[in-house]
Design a protein around this ligand. Structure first.
Ligand code: NAD
Length: 471
C-alpha cells in the first residue's frame, strides 16, 4: 500500500488529502500538524475549517485510509510520498521584510524530513513557494540525509476557498513539476498515478520544477490583476455615470477575455493574493527587473486604494463624520462560504471606520467574535515601507459589538456596509431593516449583492461599487 503523509493540516492540506483519500482507497493518507488543537478538531465533528462538502468527504474516509495526527515524525518516516503544505507567509522582518516569503516553516519541515527518513521519498511542494525553492530544499535534504534519496516535486494547489471540494473533485488542471532526470521523471510519474485515480490524463500538466513553481505565483497574480482591473474601472464608472456591471458584462462577452472574476468589490482578500504578488515583486527585484516588479505592485496598490476609497465614501456620505454613529457590518470573511478572515478587506474597512470613531455592530455567519477581535487588534505591516500600522486599541474595541444576525446588526444603525457576499444578504427583508434604522438610512454595498433601485424605493440612500451615484 502506498503511504502518503502531508505536513500541514490547514486550508490546503486538510481538504486536498481528504479528497486523495476518498478517490484512492488503496492509498493510506496521514495528515500531520504541530498544532494540537487543529488535529483534535480534524478528529472531531467540528472540523477546524468551514468548507461546503468537506464534512462529508472526511466522514467517509477518516479512520479507514485517512488519519489526522500530531505524530509528525512517525508518519513522515513511514511515507513514500511526503506533501509539505505548511504556511509560507510574508516575512515581517529582516532581509526582504514586507515582500519575501518566510520559508521558516518549510525549512524546519525539510530538516525534519531529512532527520527521520530511513527510506527513499518523494517530497512534494504543496505550499506556494518562490521559484527556485526546490533547489534550496534539495540542498537541505541531500546535506542532511545520510545517503537517502529524495526527489523533489512541485505540485502547487489551485483550489479556491469556499469551493475547495468541487475544485478538488474537478480541477481545471493538476500541475506537476520535476527534475528532467530519469529519477525525476519516475517521481513525476508516481505522483501522476495518484491523481490519475480521478483526474483525466489530459488535465495533468507536467513541467520542469521552475515552471511549476512560477506558474502558481503567476496564476494568483493574474487573478488578482483581473480584480484590480475591474475595481480600477469601478472608480472610473462612478466618476462618469457608467455602470461597472454593464461594463463587466460587455467586456466579459469577448471570448478572449471571458466573464469570470469580473465582479467589482471593496477589494480582494484571502491569505494568498497579496502575499504571492509581493513574493513575485521581490523575486523580480532580486533578478534585476524593477519595471516588472512595479507592474505587479500596482495590482496591490489598486486594492489598497479600493478599500480606502470605500471607507472615504462611507464617511463622506454620512456628512463627513461617523463619530458616534452606529454602522452595521454585514460579513467579515474575505468571501462567502468560508470562515477565513486572512487579509479580508473587512479588517481595513472596520479599522478605517473606527479611526473616525464609528460604533460598529458586526455580523458574519461563519466568523467568531474572538477571530474578529484578533484581526482588528493584530499588528499589520505596510508592505511598501514596511512599517507597523497602528492596530485598533483596546479602548477603540469598546466601539465594536458582535451580533448574531443582520437585523440585529442594523437595528438603530445610521448605515450598513455589506463586506462579504453571503447569499443570505441577498434575501434580507430590507423594509424591516429600513424601519429599524436611523434616517436617513445608508447602505454601502461593497459586493454589489443588493439591487440599489429596490432599496432606493424603500427609502435608503445607496452606494454600490462602480454604479452611478444618482440612479
Ligand atoms: P494554514 O496556515 O491553514 O496551514 C498550514 C499548517 O501548517 C498549520 O496548521 C501549521 O500549524 C502547520 N505547520 C507549520 N509548520 C509545520 C511543521 N513544521 N510541521 C507540521 N505542521 C506545520 O495554511 P494554508 O492556507 O493551508 O496554506 C498552506 C500553503 O498553501 C501556503 O503556502 C499557501 O500559500 C498555499 N495555498 C493556500 C491556498 C488557500 O486557499 N488557503 C490555496 C492554494 C495554495
Amino acid at each position: 500500500m502506498v503511504k502518503i503523509c502531508c505536513i500541514g493540516a490547514g486550508y490546503v492540506g486538510g481538504p486536498t488529502m481528504a479528497v486523495i483519500a476518498l478517490k484512492c482507497p488503496s492509498i493510506e493518507v496521514a495528515v500531520v500538524d504541530i498544532s494540537n488543537p487543529r488535529i483534535t478538531a480534524w478528529n472531531s465533528d467540528q472540523l477546524p475549517i468551514y468548507e461546503p462538502g468537506l464534512d462529508d468527504v472526511v466522514k467517509q474516509c477518516r479512520g479507514k485510509n485517512l488519519f489526522f495526527s500530531t505524530d509528525v515524525e512517525k508518519h513522515v518516516a513511514e511515507a513514500d510520498i511526503v506533501f509539505v503544505s505548511v504556511n509560507t507567509p510574508t516575512k515581517s522582518q529582516g532581509l526582504g521584510a514586507g515582500k519575501a516569503a518566510d520559508l521558516t516553516y518549510w525549512e524546519s519541515a525539510a530538516r525534519m524530513i531529512a532527520d527521520v527518513s530511513k527510506s527513499a521519498k518523494i517530497v512534494v511542494e504543496k505550499s506556494t513557494v518562490p521559484v527556485k525553492t526546490a533547489e534550496a530544499i534539495e540542498k537541505i535534504l541531500t546535506h542532511n540525509s545520510k545517503g537517502i534519496e529524495f526527489q523533489i516535486l512541485s505540485n502547487p494547489e489551485f483550489l479556491a476557498e469556499g469551493t475547495a471540494i468541487p475544485d478538488l473533485f474537478n480541477p481545471d488542471r493538476v500541475l506537476i513539476g520535476g527534475r528532467e532526470t530519469p529519477e525525476g521523471l519516475k517521481a513525476v510519474q508516481a505522483l501522476k498515478e495518484v491523481y490519475a485515480h480521478w483526474v483525466p490524463e489530459e488535465q495533468i500538466i507536467c513541467t520542469n520544477l521552475w515552471s511549476a513553481e512560477l506558474s502558481k505565483l503567476a496564476a494568483n497574480a493574474f487573478l488578482a490583476q483581473r480584480i484590480s482591473s475591474v475595481n480600477a474601472m469601478s472608480a472610473l464608472c462612478e466618476a462618469t455615470g457608467a455602470d461597472v456591471s454593464h461594463v463587466s458584462h460587455a467586456v466579459g462577452k469577448d471570448t478572449r477575455i471571458g466573464p469570470k472574476f469580473l465582479n467589482a468589490s471593496v477589494g480582494f482578500g484571502g491569505s494568498c493574493f497579496q502575499k504571492d504578488i509581493l513574493n513575485l515583486v521581490y523575486i523580480c527585484e532580486c533578478n534585476g527587473l524593477p519595471e516588472v516588479a512595479n507592474y505587479w505592485k500596482q495590482v496591490i496598490k489598486i486594492n489598497d486604494y479600493q478599500k480606502s476609497r470605500f471607507v472615504n465614501r462611507v464617511v463622506s456620505s454620512m456628512f463627513n463624520t461617523v463619530s458616534g454613529k452606529k454602522i452595521g457590518i454585514l460579513g467579515f470573511a474575505f468571501k462567502k462560504d468560508t470562515g477565513d478572515t486572512r487579509e479580508t478587506p473587512a479588517i481595513d474597512v472596520c479599522r478605517g471606520l473606527l479611526v473616525d470613531r464609528a460604533q460598529l455592530s458586526i455580523y458574519d455567519p461563519q466568523v467568531s467574535q474572538d477571530q474578529i477581535q484578533k484581526d482588528l487588534t493584530m499588528v499589520k505591516f505596510d508592505w511598501e515601507h514596511p512599517v507597523i500600522l497602528k492596530p485598533v486599541s483596546p479602548t477603540a474595541l469598546k466601539q465594536v459589538t458582535f451580533v448574531w444576525d443582520a437585523y440585529e446588526a442594523s437595528k438603530d444603525a445610521h448605515g450598513i456596509c455589506i463586506l462579504t457576499e453571503w447569499d443570505e444578504f441577498k434575501t434580507l427583508d430590507f423594509q424591516r431593516i429600513y424601519d429599524n434604522m436611523q434616517k436617513p438610512a445608508f447602505v454601502f454595498d461593497g459586493r454589489n449583492v443588493v439591487d440599489p433601485k429596490k432599496l432606493q424605493q424603500i427609502g435608503f440612500i445607496v452606494y454600490s461599487i462602480g454604479k452611478p451615484l444618482d440612479q
